[in-house]
Design a protein around this ligand. Structure first.
Ligand code: NAP
Length: 307
């Protein structure tokens, strides 16, 4: 039988991905939405999460598609009410918030899922399997996109907790932490802040790793023209390029797989599995690298940014 779910925050990602993924999955039945501004035709609408919780005790799972800053309070309220919670990435605005939520889910006997949608891109498992049989020599992440095109008018990404260019950059880090056969840690970073903004517009990162591979990431939000969401890898036995954020895989210069966008379908399938099994999935490793970048990174200033 389908599990009852409510979606909180009817913004860009809710409309682009969450609603279609829920509608396409027979394991889920959308029962209601919570939004301060918008409804979804044909579904119950509540202005606040508290109103929903009071009225709809039958809904067991809450999916949060809101920015990271308000997420802790919403998640804590839902978990304390005994609901399973699915979190958009990043799972919080600080690590301590995420640890606290993980504990709360345990105490209340419910599931929590810190989703990393890019990990669920079609070619990520293939690259992971390929890499597991090779020795890494070099890895370069190039995540360069136009913030005006992908985040028009979104002020929250420029506020503390919004993470700036790490909002997309953490997607690359979620792939990195999934495909590598060993843990790595940040060794150096530089973060470029527009002089009128609280979060960075670009960042360069280097990673220490057990095989002494040359491992770097370049994130930039000022990219006009072609956009890049690529990971280039050199090993002792050939090279690989993951592009389009994980949808396309080339090995030694030949396309071996061109997938489609199934990320959110895969996320909702995973959440259904977690709820059925009474389990949680709260891997915070991508978030650790971002927090380390803010801790270790050299802060540089650049020209003011306006949309
Ligand atoms: P968005 O459109 O700016 O905001 C989503 C919704 O969150 C808003 O429409 C609003 O919903 C609610 N919201 C905003 N500020 C709030 C606040 N202070 N308190 C309570 N609710 C608030 O953002 P988005 O692009 O959908 O991103 C939401 C999350 O999804 C982010 O963590 C982002 O990293 C992640 N994400 C985004 C994308 C993307 O392509 N945009 C892709 C993957 C993941 P109501 O008006 O309905 O209340």
């Amino acid at each position: 039988m389908a599990q009852k779910i409510a979606l909180v925050g009817i913004g860009k990602i809710a409309r682009d991905q969450h609603l279609p993924a829920i509608f396409a999955n027979p394991d889920w039945s959308l029962e209601a939405v919570v939004s301060r501004n918008a409804g979804v035709e044909g579904f119950d609408h509540y202005n606040t999460l508290d109103d929903l919780l009071k009225d709809r005790a039958d809904i067991d799972t809450i999916s949060l598609a809101i920015p990271p800053q308000p997420r802790f309070a919403y998640t804590a309220t839902a978990l304390k009410a005994g609901k399973n919670v699915m979190l958009e990435k990043p799972p919080g605005q600080s690590l301590a918030e995420c640890f606290a939520l993980e504990d709360m889910a345990k105490q209340n006997g419910v599931s929590i899922f810190a989703t990393w949608h890019s990990r669920y891109a079609d070619c990520v498992p293939d690259l992971k399997a390929w890499l597991s049989e090779r020795t890494l020599r070099q890895l370069r992440i190039t995540w360069k996109e136009d913030v005006r095109r992908w985040h028009p008018g979104q002020e929250w990404i420029w506020e503390p907790g919004g993470m700036g260019v790490f909002d997309p950059g953490i997607n690359a880090l979620s792939i990195l932490t999934e495909i590598l056969p060993f843990p790595v840690h940040l060794s150096q970073a530089s973060l470029l802040f527009p002089e009128n903004r609280a979060t960075p517009i670009a960042a360069n990162l280097s990673f220490d790793n057990p095989v002494s591979a040359d491992m770097t990431a370049e994130f930039d939000w000022r990219q006009e023209g072609p956009q890049s969401w690529d990971i280039d890898i050199e090993t002792d036995q050939g090279s690989a390029r993951l592009s389009l954020g994980g949808e396309k895989l080339e090995i030694d210069g030949k396309v071996v797989k061109q997938g489609t966008n199934n990320e959110y379908a895969n996320l909702y399938a995973r959440m259904a599995e977690l709820v059925r099994g009474g389990q949680s999935d709260m891997d915070l490793s991508p978030m650790i690298h971002v927090c380390d970048a803010f801790s270790l990174g050299r802060r540089l200033e650049t020209a003011p940014f306006e949309f």
